[in-house]
Design a protein around this ligand. Structure first.
Ligand code: FE2
Length: 364
């Protein structure tokens, strides 16, 4: 087997461009239980933007807003609404990551640069992926600051209670019809990922619409990127709805892992986070389909948590409604009990749930 030319240590952070980062930060603190750890903006000498850095477990979100109308951040929000701009990956060598990927055809966004402050040094570089989304490689050379040089640590003024998010399990991208294979090839050739699994429109279809999906993963399996494209159906698929409202390809959902999904989802519901609803009948064949599980079925049913089994174990999962006004970005909460798959057994129930909501929006 070839040597991994792009060793990745994990998801470093995910940066969102949003209309009002101050208020988005409050939502992620109060509803999702993230703690603010750092800030950059006019008060710290940054003139064109404000960025709030939030953390829970290993999950780090950066929420960034433009301060001026001619900013590329404002343009991004104008086009896409609030959405993911940067999927940042922690690497041992950001210069090598840039060189290896750009010589294999990646489109450069930012050349390697050294960022320094009294807490040490970080090297970053960036390349383009689907749509206006970017991968930033982050090399942390024993950096001991709150986030990155330029960001000031924040002493939290509000106390937040975490809901149990541990790490980013996977990040899903939506691309146009006919482009999925091109992006799978990009991850294979340019980033050294491998194809993990393919779902065709027979796996993922309802009476009305269909989609296709391929999952790529890096060498050590820490990073998993499913890529979806719409497939022909009788009505508009959820992927087409996303592409229309996001105005192009982009990140559709981020799956956050928890060790106790019942506790996590109970908390999130209490704090007002909305989830997709799957009908009661979904649970009728669960004992036959998934067999014995550690959790009592009743709380899972009450919280509307879905269950699926593969050869290696089972998983528990649930999907939020979009967290923006545009029907675009949403979250998956996932607890893996051995299973390494993505809940294929739940696709039909889920997509029907999404379509009921699409219909309410007048987009089916
Ligand atoms: Fe997912």
């Amino acid at each position: 087997m070839n040597e991994d030319f792009l060793p990745i240590q994990g998801t470093d952070h995910i940066e969102f461009y949003v209309g009002n980062a101050k208020q988005a930060a409050a939502y992620y603190q109060h509803a999702f239980g993230f703690q603010q750890i750092a800030y950059a903006g006019p008060e710290t000498g940054v003139r064109d933007r404000a960025s709030y850095v939030l953390k829970q477990g290993k999950v780090v979100f950066v929420l960034t807003s433009a301060l001026r109308p001619d900013s590329p951040i404002a343009e991004h929000v104008h086009l896409h609404g609030d959405g993911v701009k940067v999927l940042a990956l922690t690497v041992a060598d950001a210069e090598a990551a840039f060189r290896e990927t750009t010589t294999r055809g990646a489109e450069p966004v930012a050349e390697p640069k050294r960022l320094k402050d009294e807490h040490g040094e970080v090297v970053t570089s960036s390349i383009k992926t689907y749509g206006d989304t970017v991968h930033t490689f982050v090399e942390r050379r024993d950096y001991s600051g709150a986030f990155l040089p330029g960001y000031h640590p924040v002493t939290p003024e509000v106390s937040v209670t975490p809901v149990g998010f541990k790490y980013v399990d996977h990040c899903v991208g939506n691309v146009y019809l006919g482009e999925m294979n091109r992006w799978v090839e990009f991850y294979e050739k340019v980033m050294g990922f491998r194809l993990l699994v393919t779902f065709d429109d027979k796996d993922i279809s309802t009476e009305y619409s269909a989609l296709m999906s391929k999952v790529v993963s890096n060498g050590n399996g820490y990073i998993k990127f499913p890529i979806n494209e719409p497939a022909e159906g009788k009505r508009k698929s959820q992927i087409e709805e996303y592409l229309e409202f996001y105005n192009g390809p982009g990140v559709q959902h981020i799956a956050l892992a928890t060790d106790d999904i019942v506790k996590t989802v109970s908390e999130l519901r209490k704090r007002g986070v909305g989830f997709l609803h799957v009908p009661e009948a979904y649970y009728d064949d669960i004992p036959d389909r998934v067999g014995d599980i550690d959790e009592p079925l009743d709380p899972l049913r009450k919280l509307n948590i879905l269950i699926d089994r593969d050869d290696e174990g089972y998983l528990l999962q649930i999907f939020t409604r979009p967290v923006t006004d545009r029907p675009t970005v949403f979250y998956e909460i996932i607890q893996r009990k051995g299973a390494t798959s993505f809940g294929k057994g739940n696709f039909k129930a889920l997509f029907e749930a999404i379509e009921r909501e699409q219909a309410l929006r007048g987009n089916l």
